[in-house]
Design a protein around this ligand. Sequence first.
Ligand SMILES: Nc1ncnc2c1ncn2[C@@H]1O[C@H](COP(=O)(O)OP(=O)(O)OP(=O)(O)O)[C@@H](O)[C@H]1O
Ligand SMILES: [Mg+2]
Length: 271
Amino acid sequence: MQIIRQESHQSDVIDSASQGSPHLELKDISVTFRDRGKPEPVLANISLRVEQGEFVSLVGPSGGGKSTLFHVIGGLVAPSSGSVWLEGGEVTGQKGLISYMPQNHALLPWRTIEDNSILAMEIAGASKQSARQTAREWLARVGLEGYEKAYPHMLSGGMKQRASFLRALLSPRSFMCLDEPFGALDELTRLDMQRWLLRIWEANKRSVLFITHSIEEAVLLSDRIYVLTGRPAGVTKEVTVPFPRPRGDEVVADPAFVALRQEIYEWMRRG
Ligand SMILES: Nc1ncnc2c1ncn2[C@@H]1O[C@H](COP(=O)(O)OP(=O)(O)OP(=O)(O)O)[C@@H](O)[C@H]1O
Ligand SMILES: [Mg+2]
């Protein structure tokens, strides 16, 4: 299944610098907010990497700082120290270089679902007509057929999340940050969407950094998982997920899968 036009950014930097570089690398990122003058450390010396075409998840306790880390990667929050690297070039503080699905769907209320989903393509210079054509094919695949001309307030929470997910998927930026994309879905839809994402990703191998609360979801989808501590968040474990791809439904019942899930749970509990 061919879907997404892969487009590199910073092409001038990439040619010499990106050879052998990870797609994304975070070096020693710390963030301290100030709360009524008092310093509140949220991220503490986070270093991690995502190789080209790799699917990497972050799991960690709520309020730990995971979304803040995505804001740093997207250039929306300046780190107190540390740096962000994409394909061998430093991009700390730069916006617009990654495809990003925020934790709240952030759909624009005045645009239809179709026009919301083409936003990133439009910003990247695609014609509205061809972008809409692509979007229409994809809306059906995420279960939003018939809602092309609807506005966000007419959709359920889960539908809005799917539309937001589609917008990130259709972005021409090759690196995707997905912040709990399936958080608001019921269990069955969530399972469907996980399988669907797995199939798409296995056919296209985009580089993905994925935040989830579900350890099972992380193990099912990922090549590697970083387990984060509570606030201030730091990396406590890095896990390589050994199961071969393509991964079918049977993998979740594999005793090795169950054992790994339990092990990660224990690491998270110990923080
Ligand atoms: N701009 C900001 N200014 C001050 N504090 C902030 C800001 N953004 C986030 N925080 C605080 O940083 C902490 C981490 O928030 P963040 O949203 O990154 O956590 P999270 O790990 O994504 O949580 P969840 O799993 O519930 O989504 C919270 O205590 C939050 O209140
Ligand atoms: Mg969050």
